[in-house]
Design a protein around this ligand. Structure first.
Ligand SMILES: *Cc1c(COP(=O)(O)O)cnc(C)c1O
Length: 427
């Protein structure tokens, strides 16, 4: 399987090159040249397959001959090490909990698959590759814990001092060996600027092999299509199932669109957004018109120019998108109301991102358009404890998270100064 760029259909690179490059040089996004069709036999067998078997049957098509069969099994077995429980909330609605991985958010799936693919690709190099990541919170934890398990890669994580939660900070700063956390005296934009400067610095790049773990990497979103298959182990193929996807960069939703294109009978997608609602507005009026980004309770979705929109546009016309995807957007007040009422009436605790997804599912249910509504619950409520404490003061931290909070933080403090950052990288 080869990949083209959304800006140039004549580009043709292997899975390996697409993963290592991350972004095509023409600033488009990589897309597979075709979406493989899964055969009837696969769907007949689906209820009997475990998640690694599903992942292997699906992902082998996209990986092609970039990774030998046996190595791909190893990568998949290391990626899908946690559960994805389907929890019933009421008669028609379920939560597919994607947050039982090491960083308590669904980003673990993509970060782990990417980390182990890169680890395999870099195994024969003399020099270790260094991954640079700027994080405002959620991505960093997933990337740090995934790459901590690699042998051939160093990771440098830059985060804004005092601007991430205590749990998030511990998720960034408690690894030894190959993961270094730089605590930057500045904000997230400063962190991103330092990383960008490094990628543009020819002199640095001659001396050091650097790469990114960017969320638009094909190895990050493709494995996210796997969990869409799991509910069909319980439901019939005739059931009309709607998936509500709390969305920011639309990587998770795009992964679902891929699952559908491969033949999974998904009836409807519900794009659930907070007040950063560029895509829901686009679905209504066909105009892509980003507004300035606003801060919300569901801050991992505070994105007004979603990067994966390019992939969605590449796959579907506006009319097709309007058929497939219904968009909804909610305020912080509605998000909190949803958390409170679902906790009180259904005894289910949503995190703010899941709450936006639930609200969208409920709004869509009123149109009577699905048999079952599935919400992708993208993060554990303990990751957003300030908002969750407005709903309940119960102790909701998993044991592992408590143990993590007890650990000693280890970070290197640094000014938001490129020369200092460069000296550090060349140390
Ligand atoms: C990243 C993230 C999202 C948004 O996912 P996209 O793939 O960017 O749309 C939603 N919820 C949580 C908790 C996240 O970390």
């Amino acid at each position: 399987m080869n990949y083209y760029s959304t800006n140039n259909k004549n580009t043709s690179v292997s899975f390996k090159e697409a993963v290592i490059q991350g972004l095509p040089a023409d600033n488009g996004l990589f897309m597979p040249q075709q979406i493989p069709q899964l055969i009837d036999e696969f769907f007949k067998e689906l209820p009997n397959l475990n998640i690694s078997e599903i992942a292997h049957l699906v992902l082998a098509n996209f990986v092609g001959d970039s990774i030998p069969e046996e190595e791909l099994w190893k990568i998949i077995n290391k990626t899908f090490i946690f559960e994805f429980p389907l929890v019933q909330i009421d008669d028609k609605k379920f939560a597919l909990e994607l947050y039982h991985g090491p960083s308590y958010a669904f980003k673990d799936v993509g970060a782990r698959f990417l980390a182990f693919c890169l680890d395999y690709f870099y195994k024969d190099q003399d020099e270790k590759c260094t991954i640079l990541v700027a994080t405002s919170g959620d991505t960093g934890g997933a990337v740090a814990s995934a790459f901590a398990e690699t042998d051939n890669i160093e990771v440098v994580i830059l985060y804004p001092s005092g601007k991430v939660s205590e749990l998030q900070e511990k998720q960034l700063t408690t690894f030894e060996k190959n993961v270094t956390a730089l605590e930057i005296d500045g904000d997230f934009d400063d962190c991103q600027r330092l990383v960008k400067s490094a990628f543009l610095d020819e002199e640095l790049r001659k001396q050091k092999m650097i790469s990114s773990a960017n969320s638009i990497n094909v190895a990050r979103f493709l494995p996210q299509s796997i969990y869409y298959f799991l509910p069909y182990q319980y439901f019939s193929h005739k059931d009309k199932i709607a998936f509500s996807v709390p969305s920011g960069n639309y990587g998770n939703l795009t992964a679902g669109l891929f699952a559908k294109q491969m033949g999974l009978p998904i009836h409807q997608f519900v794009a659930a957004a907070n007040k950063n609602d560029t895509v829901p507005r686009y679905l209504l009026n066909g105009i892509f018109e980003p507004h300035p980004t606003v801060a919300t309770y569901s801050n991992a979705m505070d994105v007004s120019i979603p990067s994966n929109f390019l992939r969605m546009k590449d796959m579907f016309s506006l009319e097709e998108m309007q058929q497939l995807i219904k968009g909804y957007s909610f305020s912080d007040e509605e998000t909190l109301d949803t958390m409170q009422s679902v906790f009180k009436n259904e005894e289910y605790l949503l995190d703010p991102h899941g709450a936006v997804g639930y609200a969208a599912l409920k709004a869509h249910e009123q149109k009577n358009e699905y048999d079952f509504g599935l919400l992708l619950e993208t993060a554990h409520p303990c990751k957003f404890i300030d908002v969750v404490n407005k709903v309940t003061k119960e102790d909701i931290y998993p044991e592992e998270a408590k143990a993590l909070m007890q650990k000693q933080k280890s970070s290197i403090k640094m000014k938001a100064d490129y020369e200092q950052f460069k000296q550090f990288l060349l140390r």
